[in-house]
Design a protein around this ligand. Structure first.
Ligand code: APR
Length: 321
């Protein structure tokens, strides 16, 4: 039986945890790629040795060699430098953009038909860069952030109400930064609108904590989160590979939706076997629209900086050296 092939570039915290979740669900055969050969090989071997204890059989290999990734259906990119305390996601832009250029050339070469899921921060900008470098259609270039931001809001809300986290339904859109947009008007708990269960002040506190949730973890443990990011990625991969067509908030390119064009931002997407099959437009209040538009304007101001990394002269120099 042929199983889908899933490559994870970056066998660090997020990459390795995602690989483990994929293996536990038996979603596909795994290739872990990292510049740190020992990390890629060691983690792949450890995971391989766990397979007899899991419910599904998948193959796992770790390497620095992109040849092994040939014809992957999905390529997840987590490679990059994570945040240190006091750093914003934007502080990573130059370092991670350079990393992205090398990775994309290899991914496009060996898996020209894959669906890309980018995790590397600053997320909204790195997804845009991945699209420019890969020249893939927008259906096949996605970023993981909205599900992570949403699960954080759900977790904090469930904790405040002392209910089962799975009872909370919510949607966080916008940028993967402090200006993200938790749509509290759409949040429900067991079908009951959140506003009937909590005061507006308490809801605002939950929103504020959600916006800073990534930083909260960086401050506690000195590096960024990985369990919730890995669970979020696995949900996306499962919806794509098993054609579930789940509506999940992901970073995707707007081409007229929300009256915007050519910008990548978090919006509800239908994820199925073709990747991002469509974008769902939800009505935004005037205040929400203002935040959403402002975030887009901010993201766009950083695009010229990224264009340098996809220019012919930059790529020429990079691949000569
Ligand atoms: N090619 C392949 N792998 C690379 C490259 C590269 N050019 N550069 C770095 N890596 C690898 C590192 O060796 C490391 O194993 O990427 C991995 C990143 O793992 P971690 O440092 O553990 O980072 P992680 O917490 O997994 O975060 C991954 O998610 O939140 C974002 O900004 C964060 O970009 C980071 C990503």
């Amino acid at each position: 039986m042929t199983r889908p092939k899933i490559t994870i570039v970056g066998a660090g915290n997020v990459g390795a945890q995602t690989a483990f979740l994929i293996a536990t669900k038996g979603l596909g055969d795994l290739v872990l790629i990292d510049i740190d050969e020992k990390a890629a090989k060691g983690k792949a071997l450890d995971l391989f040795e766990s397979i007899p204890l899991l419910d599904h059989t998948v193959s796992v290999i770790g390497s620095t060699d992109y040849k092994l990734t040939k014809d992957s259906q999905i390529v997840v990119v987590t490679a990059g430098v994570p945040r240190k305390p006091g750093m914003s996601r934007e502080d990573l832009i130059d370092t991670n953009a350079k990393i992205m250029t090398t990775i994309m050339s290899n991914v496009v070469k060996y898996s020209p038909d894959c669906i890309l899921i980018i995790v590397t921060n600053p997320l909204d900008e790195m997804v845009y860069l991945a699209k420019r470098l890969s020249k893939f259609p927008r259906q096949r270039v996605l970023g993981m952030a909205g599900i992570l931001d949403t699960t954080r809001f759900q977790a904090f809300t469930a904790q405040a109400l002392e209910v089962q986290p799975q009872q909370v339904s919510a949607l966080v859109l916008g940028g993967h930064a402090d200006a993200m947009l938790p749509l509290s008007s759409l949040a429900t708990v067991g079908g009951v609108p959140l506003a009937t269960l909590l005061s507006s002040q308490k809801i605002q506190e939950l929103i504020d904590r959600t916006r800073k949730a990534g930083g909260e973890i960086v401050d506690i443990m000195g590096t960024s989160a990985y369990y919730a990011p890995a669970a979020s990625l696995t949900l996306m991969i499962e919806s794509i590979l098993t054609d579930q067509k789940k509506i999940l908030p992901c970073c995707a390119e707007l081409q007229g939706e929300y009256d915007q064009k050519g910008v990548f931002i978090g919006v509800p997407c239908v994820l199925g076997k073709k990747g991002m099959e469509s974008i769902v437009e939800v009505p935004l209040s005037t205040e929400e629209k203002t935040i959403f538009t402002k975030t887009i304007e901010d993201i766009k101001t950083r695009y010229p900086l990224l264009n340098k990394y996809s220019s012919t002269s930059f790529l020429g120099k990079l691949f000569k050296s």
